[in-house]
Design a protein around this ligand. Structure first.
Ligand SMILES: Cc1cc2nc3c(=O)[nH]c(=O)nc-3n(C[C@H](O)[C@H](O)[C@H](O)COP(=O)(O)O)c2cc1C
Length: 142
């Protein structure tokens, strides 16, 4: 499958990219501390909210959460080679109350009733790279 960004001025996820995030069981979420220590974790509750925003539900995030508060940038990767293996980078917004938070709580509890999310983490995507093995590996999607 060929996956391309929709043409335009801003970074937008294609439907295939959004499907890849939605359908993968997990995405890999990378953050960095202010003293440059990288941290990567698997995240199950991740889904696109629109063509430029990915919601990640903070249930158990610990080092990740501290990193995001101190250094609100993140990267996620989805790795299903038969669909759209991509890396998305951007700025993060954290919501511990309000509509994004309430919607995240509702979604999390519909998946597992005992979850008690502490925040909705929104990744506002500003760079997309292919991670498809082969000649396009690492190429920035323009
Ligand atoms: C399959 C799987 C799915 C997970 N999904 C989530 C999730 O949706 N939200 C979350 O906060 N933590 C989730 N976790 C837990 C995190 O991967 C991680 O354990 C947690 O962020 C603590 O690590 P940290 O201290 O590096 O942040 C998941 C773990 C696994 C193994």
């Amino acid at each position: 499958m060929v996956c391309r960004k929709v043409k335009g001025d801003r970074m937008v996820l294609t439907q295939e990219m959004m499907d890849a995030i939605e359908k993968n069981n997990i995405v890999w979420l990378a953050t960095a501390s202010t003293d440059d220590v990288p941290n990567v974790v698997p995240i199950g509750l991740a889904r696109p909210l629109d063509s430029g925003t990915v919601l990640l539900v903070a249930n158990f995030m610990n080092k990740t959460f501290k990193n995001l508060k101190d250094n609100p940038k993140a990267s996620i990767a989805v790795g299903n080679v038969s669909e759209c293996p991509y890396q998305f980078k951007g700025d993060v917004e954290i919501y511990e109350s309000g509509k994004y938070f309430e919607d995240a709580v509702q979604w999390a509890k519909s998946v597992m009733a005992q979850l008690n999310p502490k925040a909705a983490v929104l990744l506002k995507v500003n760079e997309i790279y292919s991670v498809q093995p082969g000649p396009d590996a690492g190429k920035k999607i323009e």
